[in-house]
Write a protein that binds this ligand. Structure first.
Ligand code: GDP
Ligand code: ZN
Length: 355
């Protein structure tokens, strides 16, 4: 594999030359970020890498550490399977997730993406306001966007939906497809050229995995099988989060990227259940959970037949999911932050011992 197929180009070449690269300092791309190491791909295959001591001395925040999609300059060691990361090359584009609850530190969840497919379901998932929020988010990233209206087989008003979306989509092309029914994938494939990096965002259940699996053919299964064998006992996902497609082009699919959707969803909850939020303003207690508290206006409405109990259950269930994800996001943010500190400490300590 040559590095152009991995997404290398003049932008990175210039930065690399500026760094004064040499024979033993070569470029590699991050395919996975684990707690204590990175997986990389380079011209001659894959590498497991760690950042150098000097790197962590100078890195001041989590965003200065490499993430999936980043290009780094490495020194390959030990029969060419391991490497030390010396420099992170500037990013062409990046997706930032606010590290909820932890100061204002931004987390980069994917870097150097050329095209983002925003996957929207033409079934009950369809929501123009959500599309608008994604548009804002992606426009900030530096990547181009394509809106994919999936599940066309479940929609009788495809033409109307396309028109509605085109009214708000700006320059972003809009394509319609059915990931499960279409034999022809050329609509989406024509955006995926060799050396171009794509990623998929959108609510859960819209068809992202189905699309990725179809793009990958049998590759992903293959990758999964081999790495499961190698990494028994690891409980993280077993495949690379950046994968080169058999037909050329690169796909990034990370949990962080998928979680980007959740920014939208607490607001969605309030919008979708405006009636309940309104009723809740009449509850005696500000933090009323509408279970059996005295003076609960929501329970009263159910008793009066003005609100369906099922609807309240659904509201509660969705709220729970969102809070759970928020909690996980916060935990992960803290983890990431500590991780940065630990690397720092580790290298300081190591230096003391060695010198
Ligand atoms: P993800 O959460 O975005 O990764 O969504 P998945 O790819 O897991 O898809 C969720 C469900 O929708 C699965 O049961 C898929 O088989 C189904 N699905 C995906 N695309 C289509 C489609 O075009 N039409 C229909 N009818 N179902 C689809
Ligand atoms: Zn209440």
């Amino acid at each position: 594999m040559n590095i152009t197929q991995l997404g290398w180009g003049t932008f990175f070449q210039q930065e690399y030359e500026g760094f004064g690269g040499g024979q033993d300092l070569i470029p590699a791309r991050v395919t996975r970020q684990d707690k204590n190491s990175y997986e990389l791909l380079y011209e001659r295959g894959s590498l497991t890498a760690q950042v150098s001591g000097a790197f962590s001395y100078t890195a001041e925040s989590a965003s200065e550490y490499p993430t999936v999609g980043d290009w780094v300059i490495v020194n390959v060691i030990e029969d060419e399977k391991k490497a030390i990361i010396h420099k992170l090359l500037p990013r062409k584009s990046s997706f930032t997730r606010k590290a909820a609850g932890v100061e204002t530190e931004a987390q980069i969840v994917a870097a150097n993406v050329d095209i983002v497919f925003m996957v929207v379901g033409l079934d009950r998932n369809f929501n123009l306001r959500r599309i608008e929020r994604y548009l804002t988010l992606i426009n900030k990233s530096g990547a181009k966007m394509v809106i994919v209206l999936n599940k066309s087989d479940l929609c009788d008003e495809t033409e109307e939906r396309i028109e509605e979306v085109e009214n708000i989509s700006g320059d972003a092309p809009v394509i319609t497809m059915s990931a499960t029914c279409d034999d022809d994938f050329s609509q989406i494939e024509r955006y995926i050229e060799e050396g171009k990096t794509v990623t998929l965002v959108g609510s859960s259940g819209t068809g992202k995995s189905t699309i990725i699996n179809r793009l990958l053919g049998e590759e992903r299964l293959l990758v999964k099988q081999t790495s499961e064998h190698v990494s028994q006992g690891r409980n993280t996902t077993t495949w690379g989060e950046l994968v080169v497609l058999p037909s050329g082009g690169i796909v990034i699919d990370t949990p962080g990227m998928r979680e980007i959707q959740l920014w939208a969803d607490d607001e969605d909850l309030a919008n979708a259940f405006g009636d309940i939020e309104e009723l809740a303003e009449g509850c005696r207690f500000r933090d009323c959970e509408h279970l059996a508290e005295p003076g609960c206006a929501v329970q009263q409405a159910i008793e009066d037949g003005k609100l369906e109990d099922k609807r309240l259950q659904n509201y509660r269930k969705m709220g729970k999911e969102i809070r759970f994800m928020e909690k996980r996001k916060r935990e992960r943010a803290i983890l990431d932050k500590n991780f940065g500190k630990q690397i720092h400490k580790f290298h300081k300590h190591k230096k003391k011992v060695i010198f």
